[in-house]
Write a protein that binds this ligand. Structure first.
Ligand SMILES: Nc1ncnc2c1ncn2[C@@H]1O[C@H](COP(=O)(O)OP(=O)(O)O)[C@@H](O)[C@H]1O
Ligand SMILES: [Mg+2]
Length: 288
């Protein structure tokens, strides 16, 4: 099973939102990291066929076949959780999922059971028949996630699935997705590193419409080895350092304030951090 992007491009008027992405997804969880405006949703909307591909916009192949030629199979193949979606406020989770099951062409007795099961999984069982209009942001996100899982799709695409969730809900969704992974291609787009940190098999970094780095989390972390340091400084120093380097969190240390710095060339006063480098540092290196 593979999903391949070949020279995928997208232009909106004057904006070149995607500049030729090449990548092959196989089974596993892919963390797609990028700042706001990087092009993540554009890439996803092309894969899900929610926006049209430009004439010379490249190819999206599932097992070698362009997804636009898959016909009916396509809707069942892909489960998609959009970054934003309006609801009919009068729908309940149950009626919404039943409606979406129809859209996907799912039929048969077990659709009902599946909907009950999914609502249980995302912890909405006891509000299954309540109006979505009265739901919190987190509850709406969970309805959307359940909807994406209908029909047990081979490809699951989640666009900022934890947006608007509180920390506990974030962890819940993340853990649930981690458990799903076995036989699926899962794309998890986010600008929040901790969402994908411990669950992604591979990480892809998108910046200004280009895929600028990719690898396993370990490979990504190794790639910034020697570039991460901490410097003792005062609050007043921070602004100046910020102008010169990618800087992370300021931390209170025993001996004063410590500022994380990621750079190809660290200042002399910095001491190099070796054993506690993580994906946040990688993100900082590219987006700091
Ligand atoms: N429908 C649209 N019309 C015009 N510009 C768009 C549209 N959608 C996205 N863009 C622009 O394309 C770029 C990539 O956006 P997007 O794919 O939404 O990034 P991300 O999901 O990483 O935040 C941004 O510059 C954004 O402003
Ligand atoms: Mg987006």
């Amino acid at each position: 099973m593979e999903l391949e992007l070949v020279n995928l491009k997208k232009t909106y008027g004057m904006i070149q939102a995607l500049k030729g992405i090449n990548y092959r997804f196989e089974k596993g969880i892919y963390g797609i990291l990028g700042a706001n405006g990087a092009g993540k949703s554009t890439m996803i909307n092309l894969i899900t066929d929610n926006i049209s591909r430009d004439k010379d916009g490249g190819e999206i192949l599932y097992n070698g076949k362009d997804i636009l030629k898959l016909g009916k199979e396509f809707r069942k193949l892909i489960g998609y959780m959009p970054q934003q979606q309006g609801f009919y406020e009068d729908f309940s989770p149950k009626t919404f999922l039943s409606y979406m099951a129809e859209v996907k062409g799912l039929k048969g007795k077990n659709v009902k059971n599946q909907i009950d099961e999914l609502l249980d999984i995302v912890n909405l069982k006891n509000v299954a028949n309540k109006r979505i209009g009265g739901f919190s942001g987190g509850m709406r996100q969970r309805v959307l996630l359940a909807q994406a899982l209908l029909g047990n799709p081979k490809i699951l695409i989640l666009d900022e699935p934890t947006a608007g969730l509180d920390p506990k809900e974030r962890i819940g969704i993340r853990n649930y997705i981690a458990e799903l992974s076995n036989d699926k291609i899962i794309l998890f787009a986010t600008h929040v590193v901790s969402d994908i940190e411990c669950i992604a098999d591979k990480v892809i970094i998108i910046k200004n419409g280009e895929l600028i780095a990719q690898g396993t989390p370990m490979q990504m972390i190794e790639s910034v080895s020697g570039k991460v340091g901490e410097i003792n400084c005062s609050l007043e120093d921070v602004a100046q350092l910020q102008g010169k380097y990618s800087v992370g969190n300021l931390r209170q240390r025993k001996n004063g304030l410590g500022l994380r710095i990621v750079s190809d060339k660290l200042p002399k006063e910095a001491h190099i951090i070796e054993d506690s480098i993580d994906l946040e540092d990688v993100y900082l290196y590219y987006f700091g």
